[in-house]
Design a protein around this ligand. Structure first.
Ligand code: ARG
Length: 260
């Protein structure tokens, strides 16, 4: 019995020692900055051919981590888990082409904005939907697709509720799923942010983006409500990266000027 107890004690000590050395950082350990994202949204975040995470957000987050002396760890998840998992403190920050909205501000705090987003509408070439107005025309009965929990889905759902449109909304796990449903004729259009829209249209034949924009919004980084310590660090780092042109050069790397 004694043996067992001393074994258990030794084990417990070993664990607490190793936990200590982790926290103290030793000589090489850098504290992790966990980034909750949904890598299904090129050019902001996606899984590259070699399996690594790439995109505007991933690179900006990497630079922010570097500036505040932490090591970035990307955690990939469904888009609609990001705000929730950051608000509970499970992950440090969320970055996912994430639009600042009043609703989200109830559960998380946002950094200063680092980019603009525009909701666009993708249709099949030759579609009878020619502008956003067609979705709001009397008796319109189109099926509109959007990624679940995105602003595109939320705004359209609100418009349906408010009786502004008689179209229906179908939500998909990812923007790519919605675009596939559009390509195969299951739905009539997709509402999604403009840059991902361009990526998806470039990758799929027979699709085009309508010229009229649906909404204009700001992208920012979210942290748990009240985590001002981290938020201040993020904002300071972000400002430096904006001022020295790093943010713009990352955006330019992924979004070619002539395609804008
Ligand atoms: N900007 C939109 C929003 O915040 C869509 C973001 C989707 N991001 C993603 N990684 N899938 O709701």
């Amino acid at each position: 019995m004694k043996k067992i107890i001393s074994l258990v004690l030794a084990f417990a000590m070993a664990i607490s020692l190793s936990a200590c050395s982790n926290n103290d950082g030793g000589d090489t350990q850098t504290e992790k900055l966990t980034l909750a994202t949904s890598a299904d949204f090129p050019p902001y975040e996606y899984v590259a051919d070699d399996g690594s995470y790439a995109g505007i957000d991933v690179e900006i987050a990497g630079k922010i981590a570097e500036k505040i002396g932490m090591e970035l760890e990307v955690v990939n998840m469904d888009f609609n888990s990001i705000v929730a998992s950051v608000s509970t403190g499970k992950y440090d920050m969320g970055m996912a082409g994430l639009t600042v909205t009043e609703d989200r501000l109830e559960s998380v705090d946002f950094s200063n904005s680092y980019a603009n987003g525009v909701q666009a509408i993708i249709v099949k070439e030759g579609s009878e939907i020619e502008s956003v107005d067609d979705l709001y025309a009397e008796g319109a009965s189109y099926t509109v697709g959007a990624q679940i929990s995105t602003t595109g889905a939320i705004y359209f759902a609100t418009d349906i509720e408010d009786g502004l449109t008689t179209c229906t909304l179908q939500e998909f796990n990812t923007g790519a799923d919605a675009v596939n449903a559009l390509s195969s004729g299951k739905i009539d259009c997709v509402i999604i942010d403009n840059e991902p829209a361009k990526s998806f249209v470039a990758a799929n034949e027979g699709l085009k983006i309508l010229e009229t924009e649906y909404t204009n919004e700001d992208y920012a980084i979210c942290v748990a409500k009240g985590n001002t310590e981290l938020l201040d660090k993020i904002n300071a780092a972000l400002q430096e990266l904006i001022d020295d042109g790093t943010v713009q050069s990352i955006i330019d790397k992924y979004i070619s000027a002539d395609a804008q």
